[in-house]
Design a protein around this ligand. Sequence first.
Ligand code: SAH
Ligand code: SF4
Length: 363
Amino acid sequence: MEHLEPVSDMNRTNLYDYDRAALARLLAGWGFGDYYAGLLWRYLYRSAARNFEEMPDLHPDLRLLLSERAVLGTMHCILSQESKDGTRKILLSLTNGADGEQVETVLMPYRDRYTVCISTQAGCAMGCVFCATGQMGFVRNLSAGEIVAQVLFAIKLAQDVPDRRKLRNVVMMGMGEPLHNYAATMTAIRILTSDTGLAIAPRHITLSTVGLVPAIYRLAEEEIAVNLAVSLHGATDDERNALVPLGRRWSLDDLMSACRAYGEKRNRRIFFEWTLIDGKNDAPQQAHALGRLLKNIDAHVNLIPLNPTEEFGGDPSRREAIAQFKAILDRYGIPSTVRQRRGIDIDAGCGQLRRRSLERQGS
Ligand code: SAH
Ligand code: SF4
């Protein structure tokens, strides 16, 4: 039997890291024209080829070059849990990655479709006090290919489930701050939305940010218009800063100006996330302050009862406090939805499954 030397994957380039234009440049550098870039692109995203053998129409010389110099950086599953509500939480590791870093991806079934919640960083540098990812600190940025591979994994998973739901929505609300990993996040968005590839509609992609003000302005100028969700949690600077340290860098005034600019430029409603914590940010006067803050902006508020984490002593708000908070927003004419974090019985809070896995490994 032929013996093949193992080749270090670290020296090979991950094809999922390339948007369509960059893929054309890569192949041009190897002497292959755009026709082959288009062909390869469709193999990657239309046919979901798993290896270069599944790309029969590629030029044999190109296939050889690819097998020597490139990989398909798919993810493999380390841990998967299914919740009573059908939410499936997956801990993924880069198959060809060097450091075996793990990230969380959550697949959520709705009536007629799936939504996938993906991570953009391992850990997070923003330090929001109630967040399990913030509590672990920053580990590293994910590459565009690692962000895209989570969606590819979810599409496959959705196809394997015997129902007719398809993956339609992508939310960047998993581990990490997408705007703190701006370039890779944008490349991933270009790949996900490409008409000749996965063709996910920009309106079906939501980017959630803790509020990096300059990056919000930059995002507003991008060619692709995704939905913006902004994590608020407090409607005065002091109250917000106690939960979201980043608030000390950019005031609520600055943040709201950036949100208004995004909404006007894109002609879109902005989503605001508010994690409801018992006795901390769920009092009627805080709902009034939020109502006043959002007076001049087309907004939708997502109220998310806290998913308790180990290092933060808080509890989720009580049912009556949640109802009252929502009723006050109604009076200001601000639409809101109470979103139970799905899969609460399976550590589906951001960053919690990874922590559980590390605990099991004794680290
Ligand atoms: N970094 C981005 C996106 C990832 S966090 C951001 O902060 O927006 C996605 C959402 O989950 C944020 O609104 C965040 O505040 C919320 N979140 C994090 N930990 C939570 C917890 N333990 N309970 C409830 N919501 C939480
Ligand atoms: Fe980072 Fe978002 Fe968690 Fe804050 S809530 S620590 S920004 S992942």
